[in-house]
Design a protein around this ligand. Structure first.
Ligand SMILES: [Zn+2]
Length: 318
């Protein structure tokens, strides 16, 4: 199998790209600002293909030396059809055959996946989830994202939409959520809510989570209490996940995980208190290890798993 994998992480304002070697190390990185292409998807896909081909030339790697391109996108993806169904925070991306076009422009096999699933794959094989079979990976940031490895496989669900930990309803009634539901975990543990809460609590106009983190690091008692509450909110949602799936580990990543030492004690304590005996005793809450690179490294895992699956299907068909 060709040894290099191209990992791509699509965000709202830029697309990050990395070349990943056999050991899961990124040995080349670049990024493409998407602003100039916001209204023209075809132009954007062509520009992305160009970045890919130029990067390969710079690194003296031929197209044949690449096993595949793995792309993580923030939204609903159909990996089997290679279609981006819907990206809630990037306008205009609806039913885009990204796989087809990018394969045409680059000549390299392309595999798509939801971005949190990609992070989950990366952490599973090369980060905090190494050697484990049952993990729940959550990302704390603008939203609360989730990915599931169950029985040694990424669990995608019947419509590729599984793992939405942030949209577990906590109550029977509560605030409306962007997902169309209400009283979701994200409504009490996502950045939008927490930023507003922090501003109110600390009497400021605007307050980012980093500011509350800085206060906690400086020993501010109110900031400690704030993070403790975040831990309790998260635990209230995650207890259901723990009871349902009996994971051995919950891996916590995303920007807010920088404050894990203030969040984790309350999170762990509340899960132990609320979860059923076996599940609660077993589960360990740990911090993600790969940081911002998890998605790009996850692309390597995705590409290899998909190629193995395709080969197995072909053998079955013979
Ligand atoms: Zn929701």
């Amino acid at each position: 199998m060709a040894s290099t994998v191209i990992g791509i992480d699509v965000g709202g304002t830029n697309i990050k790209m990395g070349l990943v070697n056999q050991e899961g190390h990124i040995f080349f990185k670049t990024a493409l600002n998407t602003k100039a292409y916001i209204s023209d998807k075809e132009k954007l896909i062509k520009a992305l293909a160009e970045v890919i081909l130029v990067s390969l030339r710079q690194n003296k790697i031929t197209v044949k030396g690449v096993a595949g391109i793995g792309i993580g996108l923030p939204g609903l993806i159909d990996p089997s059809a290679g279609v981006v169904r819907f990206l809630p925070n990037i306008p205009g991306w609806k039913n885009v055959s990204l796989k087809k076009y990018l394969e045409r422009y680059t000549g390299i096999p392309v595999f798509l996946e939801n971005d949190v699933n990609m992070i989950t794959l990366g952490e599973w094989k090369f980060g905090a989830g190494r050697g484990l079979k049952d993990i729940v990976c959550i990302t704390l940031g603008t939203g609360v994202g989730g990915g599931l490895i169950l029985d040694g496989r990424l669990y995608r669900g019947a419509g590729w939409a599984a793992g939405e930990v942030g949209h577990i309803p906590l109550n029977e009634e509560g605030p409306k959520c962007n997902c169309g539901g209400w009283a979701c975990l994200e409504n009490s543990a996502g950045n939008q809510y927490l930023n507003a809460q922090a501003a109110k609590r600390f009497g400021r106009k605007v307050m980012a989570m980093k500011d509350v983190g800085d206060l906690a690091r400086a020993g501010d008692k109110k900031a400690f209490a704030f993070w403790e509450e975040v831990g309790v909110h998260l635990a209230n949602g995650l207890t259901g996940v723990v009871n349902l799936l009996n994971p051995s580990h919950i891996i916590v990543g995303g920007g807010m995980a920088n404050n894990s030492r203030f969040i984790f004690p309350a999170l762990r304590k509340r899960i132990k208190e609320r979860a059923m005996v076996v599940q609660g005793r077993m589960v360990k809450v740990v911090r993600a290890k790969l940081g911002d690179d998890a998605g790009i490294i996850g692309a390597k895992v995705l590409v290899e798993e998909m190629i193995l699956e395709i080969r197995a299907a072909m053998t079955d068909a013979v």
